[in-house]
Design a protein around this ligand. Structure first.
Ligand code: SAH
Length: 255
């Protein structure tokens, strides 16, 4: 990347504070002159003297355009997401802005740096529930129809994938997780392991291992990632601790 010119780097803080950031990401932030992003994510970065441009959590496309505009003016801009910037986060918004209005920022170098996503953090805390094939679905119907989400859940259940569910609930979306779990119950045994990973990596982290029959949707909040096992997902008890894993091998004879 050329030093004298502006650029945009889209980065992620990982699920929590600086301990979850990659060295590559930390280096990029150190080179930046400007930090753009949702205020909660900006707050995870130590003060390095950069100009901060905090925003609320909406208006992603507007924020992407603002970041590109600053880079076009010659600033070294870091766009900050939580978790990985490519998973339900700002990298797609930046490319959408480039796709719809590309001429305007034709000469601005853009790159995306990978980070730990919430599903990896929660899976690691619980053991290895995503050890075999899995699907990732956001339950937020702010940007896509609820019917499509239910269809994807049904098909993932039919395919016997483990599932990582982002954005399970919020004040404005209180019923979606309950309905999603009810849909999965139609296809999967009641004793299928379910993990609620709340605020993983942060002070108030809580990881609950339960089952599809017993899970209480109201125990999840918007900082929770939900993992639902496949038919092969198992619980291991060791020294009073429970962990969940999905074996690498699939039983012979199963389709
Ligand atoms: N880009 C982010 C996801 C943003 S969507 C990533 O890669 O992780 C926001 C959702 O991510 C939340 O609703 C929650 O489901 C999940 N999430 C983010 N941080 C989390 C954490 N520390 N613990 C559990 N879930 C988290």
């Amino acid at each position: 990347m050329r030093e004298a010119e502006g650029w945009l780097a889209v980065i992620g803080t990982g699920p929590a504070g600086p301990g979850w950031m990659t060295p590559e990401t930390t280096d990029i932030v150190a080179e930046a002159t400007d930090l753009v992003g949702y205020v909660t994510y900006l707050d995870r970065l130590p003060d390095g003297g950069q100009r901060r441009h905090p925003s609320d959590n909406r208006e992603e496309l507007e924020r992407a355009r603002q970041a590109l505009e600053l880079a076009a003016e010659g600033r070294r801009v870091v766009m900050v997401s939580g978790g990985d910037p490519g998973v339900f986060a700002m990298a797609a918004a930046v490319y959408e802005a480039l796709d719809t209005d590309g001429e305007r920022w034709r000469d601005v170098p853009v790159r995306v740096a990978p980070s730990v996503s919430a599903m990896q953090a929660v899976a690691a805390r619980a053991g290895a529930p995503l050890g075999n094939d899995f699907c990732v679905v956001s339950l937020s119907d702010n940007l896509k129809p609820w019917e499509l989400i239910l269809k994807r859940l049904r098909l993932a259940a039919e395919g016997d994938f483990a599932l990582a569910l982002y954005n399970p609930t919020s004040r404005a979306r209180p019923w979606q997780l309950g309905e999603a779990l009810a849909t999965l119950r139609e296809h999967r045994a009641g004793d299928t392991p379910v993990i609620l990973g709340m605020a993983v990596g942060r002070e108030n982290e809580r990881v609950t291992i339960t089952t599809l029959d017993e899970v209480d949707p109201s125990a999840a909040d918007m900082r929770t990632l939900v993992i639902v096992g496949a038919s092969t997902t198992r619980v291991v008890e060791r020294g009073g601790e429970r962990r969940v894993y999905t074996p690498r091998t699939y039983p012979a004879g199963e389709e």
